[in-house]
Design a protein around this ligand. Sequence first.
Ligand SMILES: [Zn+2]
Length: 257
Amino acid sequence: MLRREMPPADTRGGWLLRLSEKGVAPAADGKSLMERRETWPEGVLRLGYWNDEPVAVTVEAGDDSWPAPRDWLAQLSPAESELLATALQVTHWERDHRFCGRCGHPTRRLLHEFAMQCDNCGLRGYPRISPCIITLVTHGKDMLLARSPRFPPQRYSTLAGFIEPGEAVEAAVRREVMEEVGVEVGRVSFFKSQSWPFPHSLMMGFFAEAASRRIRIDGEEIVDAAWFTPERLPQLPPVYSISRQLIETHRGAVATR
Ligand SMILES: [Zn+2]
């Protein structure tokens, strides 16, 4: 498990996770996500403690044999997924925030927390997290699932969208469902949340009860949407996604009704 406490700045070794722009290096055993190093390479970013030992991430040139982060997420435990999500997000953030967004001066990484400091104007930047809603719209047993043009062929999923500045989370659920499929929803209930590091989303999962069944798709974000019964579902997202967990939770709940 990742303990979110920064190891002292003079920590020299411990667990090491190696990322490249596109992949994540397997450890020497070919399977694990990280390995122990007596001495970390220069410039590592410390993440916290993994099972009470310091853990850090480094970014290297890598090679094409390194599996993509999504492939790793399909096989990691929830605790390892959290560690990988953290490593991906903080390394991308550091790469993209080398200069101050206000005055353009080079920034420097602070050592006691995830923050980039501008010594010229004092602005301090923190890793960006983008909250999104993801919702399974239900009507009795049935589930409303939709296809985005970016999906693999035949795949259907729950609806999702970014929360806008100034907007409440529940309002974002109602707005996204209305925009994407033209359905008004009644009761909205929180399920759980999941970090989704592509590149920095925080997915907040909800169940939303439809007030009517008539679907009107927007044709851009959504190319098809339909009601599905639990007995006849289309091809679904992978099991580690919160989308799939929403679907399976609903399916389990109505099966025992
Ligand atoms: Zn500045």
